[in-house]
Every structure is written in structure tokens, then in C-alpha cells.
Design a protein around this ligand. Structure first.
Ligand code: HEC
Ligand code: HEC
Length: 320
């Protein structure tokens, strides 16, 4: 019902009001419209069936047992890692769920309340969900960025899982992804893909670089934390209006860059939109060493010298 209303656009309605009434319509027009309507209904039925099949697909990814973390430092680091890898950015600070998007025709995206779901999942099932996008029932999750999480190192994922299991149960909004008619169309057209199909399992997991390898460390984080919005080549993505990161090479000192990562405030003192949310939810959890690595990597990649990264200063810490 809702879907068929989109087809009668307000503009068509206005047009027929003006023209209609006084003159008799030629008969072929009536037949044409009837035919079009029938076609549209058929197309809708097709989209509904085809999209339901995509949603119902199951994926055969084996369960892998992770070694529980033994390193007490890494275990204590679970909270920071949960922030840095972005779980809290979507699932909310207390992981009790968050409504991310709702629109009648596209659908509804809500990151579910993990405090209620985690008891149902074994560690191995969580590994498969996070790194492969496959839910307990074998179906794919949507929106969960498994293609980035695929590269999460074992020990870090282990410590995230250990930490999120300690969070007390809380109430949150109803979670999950529901598709409206337009959302279903995007699914059928392949514009919107199940998370499980976005993961390229043929490539080996990128090894976590030694922190002493500053450039390697920076590249690792640029590829995990920035490409999502700034494009695979870091040269910007018009769809989310994220600029090319060449700007880091031309306009940012190490301190200004660190300040941007922690606050989302740019070199000109302007509080950015989406970027400031990413800084608040995610980037501020990076260690000074990770930020220094990112800076060095972006400078070297885009032609500037790699600069002399400064440690976190009292100034930048005070403004946080
Ligand atoms: C970009 C937003 C986003 C990020 C980042 C994210 N999630 Fe999710 N997550 C979602 C959404 C949306 C769903 C609902 C998926 C669905 O129902 O198709 C979900 C579902 C889940 C589920 C429930 C699956 C089920 O059976 O219903 C778990 C568990 C989960 N996420 C854990 C995590 C963990 C752990 C992290 C961090 C490593 C994480 N998520 C990061 C958005 C996100
Ligand atoms: C969720 C999307 C998203 C992610 C992830 C993201 N950015 Fe951004 N970034 C943006 C957007 C959008 C802008 C444009 C300003 C705005 O509207 O917030 C921006 C702007 C910037 C700018 C330009 C500031 C200026 O001076 O104009 C820099 C530099 C930057 N981001 C660096 C990074 C780095 C480095 C990472 C990875 C560690 C990153 N961003 C991750 C969305 C993102």
C-alpha cells in the first residue's frame, strides 16, 4: 500500500488536476495508465520476492574458537578497543542499542541492544558475526562493517568480547534492520549488500604491525578507520562529502592533527559535522602513538615529509 503511493508522485497529481476535468481523455491514455500500474505492481512483487530471498540467504562460515585473552593489559584495554573499533559508536555508549536511521520508504536501521543479545551468543559465534557478518542463525547481518572487522587481530577481538560481556543489562530501543520498498530495491540492485558478502575471505588477515613501525602502523589505521568515509584511496568520497586526506599533508601540523582526531575541530577552529561524531565516538580512543603513525603515514603518502610527530601535549589534553 505504502509502496504504491510513491508511484503516484505529487508532480503527476498536480499535472492531471490542471489538465483534467474539462476535456475527455483519449481512451488509449486510460489503457496506458492501467498497463503502467499493472507493470508497477508486478515490479513491486518481483522486488519483494527477490529481496526476501537475499535477506533469507544463509552463509556457511565455520565457527572458530578464539583463545581467551590472557594478557591482563590487553584485557583491561577492552573498553578502549571497543570504542576505537567503533562498536560503541553504533550500539551506544552502554551498548544498549541506538536507532541510527529511519525513513518510511528506505527502512529502519537500529543497532540492537547488545546487553540483551550477548548472553545468547557464544564467543565463537561472536567471532563469526563480527569478522564475517554472519549471525547465529547463519543469515547475514546488515550495516555491521564486517569487512573492516575481518582484520581485527585475535587478541584485540578477544579483549573486546571479554569487555562487552561485563556491561550490565540495560533497556534500549528495538534493534535490527528493516527494509522499506526502496531499501528492498537497493538490495535487489546490489547497491546495498549483506555484510557477509562484503567480506573478502580470499585475502589473508592483515597482520597487526609492530608499534615501532610508525608508517606501517599508520597505514593499518588509515585503511581501517578512514577509508570507510574518505574512500578506498583516501582521496575523498563525494557521497558523504568527505574531502581528500591530502589536506593533512598541506595544512596540518602534528598537534593540529591530533586535536582534530580527538575533537573533530579542524585547523581553522571549525567544529565539523560527521567528522566530529567520528572523533567523539571512535578516534579519540586512539593512542598518541596510533595518531602519530596516522599522521606520518598520511604525510608520506601525500607527498609531504613525514613530520616529527609530537606526543600528546598538555594543551590538547586540556581541551578534550
Ligand atoms: C556501523 C554501525 C555498527 C558498528 C560499528 C557495529 N555494529 Fe553491531 N550491529 C549494527 C547493526 C545495524 C546491527 C543489526 C544487524 C541486523 O540485524 O541485520 C548490529 C548487530 C550486532 C549484533 C547482533 C546480531 C544479531 O544476532 O542480531 C551484535 C552481537 C553486534 N552487532 C556486535 C557488534 C560488535 C562487537 C561491534 C564492534 C566490534 C559492532 N557490533 C560494531 C551496527 C554496527
Ligand atoms: C564516518 C565518516 C568519517 C570517518 C570514518 C572519517 N572521516 Fe574525516 N571527515 C568526514 C567528513 C564528512 C568530513 C568533512 C567535514 C564534515 O562534514 O564533518 C571529514 C573531514 C576530515 C578532514 C578535513 C578537515 C579539514 O580541515 O577540512 C580530515 C583531515 C579528516 N576528516 C581526517 C580523517 C582521518 C585521518 C580519519 C581516519 C582516522 C577520518 N577522517 C575518518 C567523515 C569521516
Amino acid at each position: 500500500m505504502l509502496a504504491s503511493r510513491t508511484l503516484a508522485s505529487p508532480r503527476t497529481a498536480a499535472y492531471s488536476d490542471k489538465e483534467g476535468g474539462h476535456e475527455a481523455r483519449p481512451e488509449w491514455l486510460g489503457i496506458g495508465l492501467g498497463g503502467l500500474l499493472a507493470l508497477a505492481v508486478l515490479a513491486l512483487v518481483f522486488v519483494y520476492i527477490a529481496s526476501s530471498r537475499i535477506i533469507a540467504r544463509t552463509y556457511d562460515v565455520p565457527l572458530v574458537a578464539l583463545e581467551p585473552p590472557t594478557d591482563s593489559v590487553l584485557l583491561a584495554d577492552g573498553q578502549r578497543l571497543t570504542g576505537r573499533w567503533g562498536c560503541a559508536g553504533c550500539h551506544g555508549d552502554r551498548l544498549a542499542g541506538e536507532l541510527m536511521f529511519e525513513q518510511l520508504f528506505l527502512g529502519r536501521i537500529a543497532a540492537p541492544n547488545l546487553t540483551r543479545i550477548l548472553p545468547l551468543y557464544s564467543d565463537a559465534e561472536l567471532e563469526r558475526l563480527v569478522r564475517h557478518g554472519v549471525k547465529r542463525d547463519g543469515k547475514s547481518a546488515f550495516v555491521m562493517p564486517a569487512k573492516f572487522f575481518y582484520h581485527l587481530p585475535d587478541d584485540q577481538l578477544g579483549s573486546i568480547i571479554a569487555f562487552i560481556r561485563t556491561i550490565p543489562a540495560a533497556e534500549g530501543p528495538e534493534g535490527g534492520v528493516k527494509f522499506g520498498p526502496l531499501g528492498r530495491l537497493l538490495l535487489v540492485l546490489g547497491e546495498f549488500r549483506p555484510a557477509a558478502e562484503e567480506v573478502d575471505r580470499s585475502v589473508p588477515r592483515v597482520p597487526y604491525p609492530e608499534p615501532t613501525d610508525l608508517l606501517g602502523f599508520g597505514e593499518y589505521w588509515a585503511m581501517r578507520a578512514c577509508t570507510f568515509c574518505h574512500g578506498e584511496d583516501l582521496r575523498g568520497d563525494e557521497e558523504v562529502s568527505a574531502p581528500s586526506l591530502e589536506v593533512v599533508g598541506t595544512a596540518y601540523s602534528p598537534t593540529q592533527f591530533e586535536f582534530l582526531m580527538r575533537t573533530g575541530i579542524d585547523v581553522g577552529g571549525r567544529k565539523l559535522g560527521l567528522m566530529s561524531e567520528v572523533a567523539r565516538d571512535n578516534l579519540r580512543h586512539m593512542t598518541p602513538q596510533e595518531v602519530a603513525g596516522l599522521y606520518a603515514y598520511l604525510r608520506s603518502r601525500f607527498g609531504g615529509d613525514s613530520g616529527t610527530p609530537e606526543p600528546a601535549t598538555a594543551d590538547s589534553a586540556a581541551v578534550q
